[in-house]
Design a protein around this ligand. Structure first.
Ligand code: MG
Ligand code: MG
Length: 248
């Protein structure tokens, strides 16, 4: 069942969303060659706790950190470590926070120093596919209109969307109904209504869409080990169109 939120609930989700957005703004400042993913994680947790908010991923199914940090061929769920970022890497940073009973969830992929043209295009295409998906989050549309907008743009650009991981409803729980695949046929799926809160999150690969999980049981990588990007926003469906909740 897809839970509809009222304006008071959305107010609280805006706060959770803004905290997450602030963390990702900090990440844009500090991601550079030499910094470790563990240090990024420390900065993120410190910022979230300043608000007496709770890092949403820490302890979630046993995940050990505040951020998911996924470098290069890592798609999602990378665990922060003493790995230092290198010039030419790309890093996907996914952050969730729980504040006053409600969740915010957002992700970005950042360049580390100078990156290849292929990787720069990957980041641009993934970010744009998220924008196009969000633009379909309209009252009266169908859920897979979002999915189709993401998939068609990505594939037009010669890249692929990950099938095994999807976006989700969000609110009092981090993962609520519905699941939001990044692929699908337009005009299908549940009808979108005012009050829905959706975490839309394209994961885009330069090569094939297939992925696998490493021995740490968390880190998801592309099967062909080519690069992957991930952008995500928590979005509210409002009378006047989509509102991005994970922004400053
Ligand atoms: Mg996320
Ligand atoms: Mg999510």
């Amino acid at each position: 069942m897809i839970e509809l939120k009222n304006m008071e609930q959305f107010d609280r989700m805006r706060t959770a969303g803004r905290i997450v957005a602030e963390v990702l703004e900090i990440m844009k400042e500090v991601v550079k060659p030499g910094i470790t993913t563990k240090e990024l994680d420390r900065l993120a947790e410190e910022h979230i706790r300043k608000y007496d908010a709770i890092p949403a991923f820490k302890g979630y199914n046993g995940f050990p950190a505040t951020l998911c940090t996924s470098v290069n061929e890592e798609v999602v769920h990378g665990i922060p470590s003493l790995r230092a970022l290198k010039n030419g890497d790309i890093i996907s940073i996914d952050c969730g926070a729980l504040f006053d009973g409600y969740y915010g969830d957002s992700a970005i992929t950042l360049p580390v120093g100078e990156i290849s043209n292929d990787d720069a295009k990957l980041l641009a295409v993934c970010e744009e596919s998220l924008k196009l998906g969000i633009a379909q989050a309209l009252k009266g549309n169908r859920l897979f209109d979002i999915s189709y907008a993401v998939q068609s743009y990505v594939e037009e650009n010669g890249m692929s969307v990950v099938r095994d991981y999807v976006g989700h409803g969000i609110g009092r729980k981090m993962h609520e109904d519905p699941q939001i695949p990044n692929f699908g046929k337009p005009g299908r799926g549940p009808r979108l209504e005012i009050g829905m809160a959706l975490a839309i999150e394209p994961m885009v690969n330069l090569g094939g869409y297939q992925v696998e999980t490493l021995e740490d049981k968390w880190t998801v990588v592309t099967k062909d080990r080519r690069a992957s990007a991930h952008f995500e926003h928590t979005v509210a469906i409002m009378e006047n169109g989509p509102e991005i909740l994970t922004r400053i």
